[in-house]
Design a protein around this ligand. Structure first.
Ligand code: SF4
Length: 545
């Protein structure tokens, strides 16, 4: 599966959202009636009652009750005398998720139909479908061209693809033409969303579920799945799977059925709930029921239904370090714990993965991850904490191998998806030139640390916007011209190391140091010169500003 190809679809049990996709690549306008039947209009009280009866929750990760959201929009709209807007969140910033992409590419009328059912019930002025991908936008536009009655009501907006774009406040900002960042304070879309109007904002799958609910009624909807959380769920099963796919399952089904169907080997563990989710040990993962309650009871989380098993051929801690670096780069940079803490977590994990950090790096990763929890302006640091903390709990054998034997002997294959760099810049080192005096690590300590031999180790993450200035300054100040900003996309290191520029071990750096020579034109940098520039704590005094 790639970001822009139509994901494969599998189903266990009676298909609902994926109906018809076993025999046609796309359920178009002509086929919709024969596959799904007639889309039924529902009045607002009836729609709210039905959503309440089946306890329908949002499918974007937060699992907010849909009935309460509908009621909140109605209250806000009548208090302010404004017509509401319906906003379909198909931003899908989570790299492991493809269910919204699948829905909009392969069965778009189900999502659009659900949005129209809600819009009619709310008497909404318009429906906005927010996507991050031009292929998704084209698919929706093609669907609208075939349905003039929908075209009058629905518009498609393309927003930037970032991990945090799917967060409600960030999405509203993006649709309103502002930066796609969380607002940093609680602003309910139901109070002020698109254009400042009361907005019913929910995930694309939620609207598809609402279409099914409107067609089947509450009793019909609840005829599959477990009583507390009836219906079906869409899982995106990827990772080490032989057949990655979006899988529709009845709630309560043991996760092992979906893993087996996708040819997934999960010997090291399974990440459930995506990069803000949690790792489960393989022995737990196979039997855990796929439901919010079932996954939470086992220490996991459903989130947006992302399931990423890790097979035997890749280094778990290297994979985790790689994702942690990506998540650090995806911070909005709005608060210190996120801006500084997440790169710190990523650096420590990279040091554990490379075998060079020892127990100190492991302890630093634990402490830094715990320190960012509950202190962010949005949920990103908390999500990263869950991801990292559960990895450090589940991958104990692998971590022990890295701590005490320098590694597990497996390469980092990049089984966990990380979007390719798209114009992003990273700090890259030319080891043949670096003289290891450490000036760069003083200029931009958030992105470069020194190893025990004093050589710089750049963090394998794109330079976030708020560090661009310092990163450029570090490049300009490197007297050996060893540091540069490169736009190369991330690649897995076949030697088993998680990050470009991350040396395999301290020994390699020692030999580089021994072989380092002063080049013509290089500025001679002495320890005295560095000391002169730094204060007692080792931070640069005047250079940073
Ligand atoms: S400033 Fe340049 S030469 Fe000095 S440690 Fe950093 S990269 Fe190496």
């Amino acid at each position: 599966m790639t970001a822009t190809s139509a994901p494969d679809v599998l189903c266990i049990g009676q298909p609902r959202l994926t109906s018809g996709l076993d025999r046609m690549p796309r359920v178009g306008a002509d086929a919709f009636g024969s596959v799904f039947g007639k889309l039924t209009r529902r009045g607002l009280p009836e729609l709210i009652a039905m959503a309440q009866q089946v306890d329908l929750r949002g499918r974007g990760g937060a699992a907010f009750p849909v009935a309460r959201k509908l009621a909140a929009v109605v209250r806000s709209a009548s208090a302010r005398g404004k017509r509401p807007v319906v906003l379909v969140n198909a931003a899908e910033g989570e790299p492991g998720s493809a269910k919204d992409l699948m829905l909009l590419l392969r069965t778009p009328y189900l999502v659009l139909g659900g949005a129209v059912v809600v819009a009619n019930a709310l008497r909404a002025s318009e429906v906005v479908v927010a996507v991050t991908d031009e292929v998704m936008a084209s698919s929706v536009r093609a669907a609208l061209r075939r349905a003039p009655e929908l075209r009058r009501l629905i518009q498609v907006v393309t927003v930037p693809r970032r991990f945090v774009t799917g967060e409600g406040g960030a999405l509203v900002n993006a649709v309103n033409g502002r930066a796609a960042l969380p607002p940093g304070r609680k602003v309910r879309a139901s109070d002020s969303g698109v254009g400042g109007q009361p907005t019913l904002l929910s995930n694309a799958e939620t609207f598809a579920q609402l279409a099914v609910l409107a067609m089947l009624g509450a009793a019909g909807y609840a005829s599959v799945g477990i009583p507390g959380e009836p219906g079906t769920l869409l899982l995106t099963v990827g990772g080490s799977s032989d057949r990655p796919a979006v899988v529709e399952v009845p709630s309560g089904l043991p996760l092992g059925y979906a893993l087996d169907l996708c040819g997934s080997s999960a010997c090291d563990g399974v990440l459930v709930g995506g990069y803000h989710g949690r790792w489960l040990p393989a022995e737990t993962a196979y039997d855990v029921p796929v439901s919010r309650a079932g996954l939470e009871a086992a220490g996991g989380t459903l989130g947006a239904g992302v399931v990423l098993p890790l097979g035997p051929g890749t280094c778990p801690i290297g994979e985790v370090a790689r994702v942690a670096a990506y998540l650090a780069g995806e911070s909005s940079g709005q608060c210190g714990p996120c801006k500084l803490g997440l790169p710190g977590v990523a650096r420590s994990l990279a040091a554990v993965a490379s075998g060079s950090g020892g127990l100190e790096a492991l302890d630093a990763a634990r402490r830094t991850a715990a320190a960012v929890r509950g202190r962010g302006a949005c949920g990103h640091p908390d999500g990263v904490f869950r991801f990292v903390q559960s990895a450090l709990t589940v991958f104990t054998d692998d971590i022990a191998a890295h701590l005490f034997r320098g590694g597990c002997g497996r390469p980092v294959r990049g089984v966990l998806p990380v979007p390719a760099a798209n114009g992003d810049q990273r700090l890259a080192l030319d080891w043949t030139r670096c003289q290891g005096h450490g000036l760069c690590a003083h200029v931009v300590p958030e992105l470069i640390q020194l190893d025990e031999q004093g050589y710089p180790v750049p963090l394998a993450m794109p330079v976030p916007p708020w560090l661009e200035r310092d990163a450029r300054r570090a490049v300009e100040m490197c007297p050996a011209l060893a540091l540069r900003l490169a736009s190369a996309a991330p690649v897995a290191d076949e030697r088993g190391q998680p990050a470009r520029g991350l040396p395999a071990s301290g020994r390699g750096q020692l030999s580089l140091r021994a072989g380092g020579r002063q080049r013509d034109g290089d500025l001679m940098v002495t320890e005295e010169w560095i000391a002169d520039l730094t204060d007692a704590s080792g931070r640069l005094r005047a250079i940073r500003d």
